[in-house]
Write a protein that binds this ligand. Structure first.
Ligand code: GLA
Length: 521
């Protein structure tokens, strides 16, 4: 089975025909992301738990949040994955099959996924490795791993977080690989997020299992953001910097930036820490009622550029100066270096950042760009004097040149293309989706993986920073029924030459009426 043949096609009734994803490969031998090209930079998106807990989560909340995410500019800044956490989404019926909770999610979980995809966003769902989820309100996957992962694939999830409650004697080292195998067998490439809160030390073994793993306890109880608890997570996560990289991330939990109880300074500091730690940027606040200040922080593209850097290095504390911490060791794709001075103390701190702290020779002549004031100074030799207020940060990019390019931020107008064909065998249909790069460079052409079904062809044409994927359908020979394909495309960031996260989208074709071939049912 070639690595490239990863296009899955489905026929009616949601049956998945696996063409090539993962089959015949030894998943334990390499990074999970080597197989699917996903999450090569930290995933960005939104999950409801920190703010809402489980109770008010429903379709209305998710849809309103999607609208807020788009309206606020978060989508344009790169936030992509969105969906319910433990929000009483499904139960298990008498036959063992997961059944969506239609009272809370009237469109069903597939319907909600379609809505999310049509807004140009990706669909995130949640489950648990045990018998039940943490509140016991939903069934867990234990004993149903394969059928549940198939259900997530049928609902078209692009991301699944797997929690660690009611585990009934399992260990993370055995339960999560089993779920990985079940997920690969389901045939839908998705981001796989382990949530054992650091139990079983997933940073030592889970890079072949998932794309990210929680390293800590929950950052807060629902609705109760805590600065102190967040810094505890930061402290634990900092020690694990060597384990993170493209496709395998330490996850100190969803963010609390923008939740009530935190000042603007604290919001900015926590966001800067998440950016420096190459942590997943999953917002956890109520996006529908954000202050302007929160929007500005969450959509700061220069700070996000540090988080989304293709090299994927997690910064660490290289030196302390009084209460202040100097975070560095984060080389970026253009040769510049990211440096954070964080002052958790109660009094202002004055710190000298040496070129050596920043990863340069001491004699280097350097430009310094502040990610929050958006000012560049330099060139200058010697130490950089930084004054930081209590609980505040200075988030800097330091470079030998005066240009500070942004890495790619990919934004699509839709991740789903739908065709309705009459069945006239001469019929040809075309629909396009636009994929934009909000980073600095024009990208090479996206390369569509071979192995598309015979009824579909895709061509890509560039126009500045937008590339158009034209999807052409030919119904000749197709019977009545529903056809589905997942299109995968790859690209590379031009400055570093490193692969970018693969792009996936769904194509649905409904053939009705008199058709060229036998019915596809
Ligand atoms: C655990 C997880 C949280 C959240 C809740 C849901 O505590 O760590 O992020 O998903 O379960 O119950």
């Amino acid at each position: 089975m070639t690595k490239l043949a990863r296009i899955v096609t489905t026929v009616s009734m949601g049956l998945l025909l696996l063409v090539g994803f993962g089959r015949g490969e030894d998943p334990a031998a390499k990074l999970r992301s080597d197989q699917d090209g996903l999450a090569l930079t930290p995933p960005m998106g939104w999950y409801p738990w920190n703010e809402f807990g489980q109770e008010p989560q429903n379709e209305k909340l998710i849809k309103e949040t999607v609208e807020a995410l788009v309206r606020s500019g978060m989508k344009e800044a790169g936030y992509t994955y969105i969906g319910p956490d433990e929000g009483i989404c499904f139960s298990r019926d008498a036959s063992g099959k997961l059944t969506p909770n239609l009272a809370r999610y009237p469109s069903g979980l597939r319907g909600l996924g379609d809505y999310v995809h049509q807004q140009g966003l990706k669909y995130a769902l949640y489950t648990d490795a045990g018998t039940h989820t943490c509140s016991k309100a939903m069934p867990g996957t234990k004993g149903h791993e394969f059928e549940d992962m198939k259900a997530f694939a049928e609902w078209r999830a692009d991301y699944v977080k797997v929690d660690w409650c009611n585990t009934a004697g399992q260990t993370p080292q055995t339960a999560y690989p089993k779920l990985r195998d079940a997920q690969l067998a389901a045939g839908r490439p998705l981001v796989f997020s382990l949530c054992s809160w650091g139990q079983g030390q997933p940073w030592k073994w889970a890079a072949s299992v998932g794309h990210l793993w929680r390293t800590t306890e929950d950052i807060c109880e629902p609705g109760k953001a805590s600065w102190t608890a967040a810094l505890k997570n930061v402290e634990a996560n900092e020690k694990l910097s060597a384990s993170a990289g493209p496709g395998h991330w330490n996850d100190p939990d969803m963010m609390i930036t923008g939740m009530s109880g935190l000042s603007e300074v604290q919001n900015r500091s926590l966001f800067s820490l998440w950016c420096m730690m190459a942590s997943p940027l999953m917002a956890g606040n109520d996006l529908r009622s954000m202050t302007e200040s929160t929007v500005k922080i969450l959509t700061n593209r220069e700070a996000i550029g540090i988080n989304q850097d293709p090299l994927g290095i997690q910064a660490r504390i290289v030196r302390k100066d009084g209460a202040a911490e100097i975070w560095a060791g984060k080389r970026l794709f253009d040769g510049s270096q990211a440096v954070l001075v964080f002052n958790p103390g109660e009094a202002p701190a004055q710190v000298q950042v040496t070129p050596g702290d920043a990863g340069f020779e001491e004699s280097a002549s350097l430009y310094v760009r502040d990610m929050w004031t958006h000012q560049t100074s330099g060139p200058r030799a010697g130490s950089i004097r930084v004054t930081v207020g209590p609980k505040d940060v200075a988030l800097l990019r330091i470079s030998k040149t005066s240009s500070f390019p942004l890495p790619p931020i990919i934004v699509a107008d839709s991740y789903r293309v739908v065709f309705h064909a009459s069945g006239n065998s001469a019929q040809k249909l075309a629909k396009a989706i636009a994929v934009k790069n909000n980073g600095s460079s024009e990208l090479p052409l996206w390369k569509v993986s071979p192995g598309l079904p015979s009824w579909l062809s895709v061509t890509v044409t560039p126009s500045g920073k937008t590339q158009t994927f034209s999807n052409q359908v030919s119904v000749a020979g197709l019977g009545r029924g529903h056809y589905h394909a997942v299109v995968k495309a790859d690209n590379r960031e031009p400055l570093s030459g490193l692969p970018m996260s693969a792009l996936y989208y769904d194509v649905d074709l409904e053939v009705s009426g008199a058709a060229g071939g036998p019915a596809n049912n």
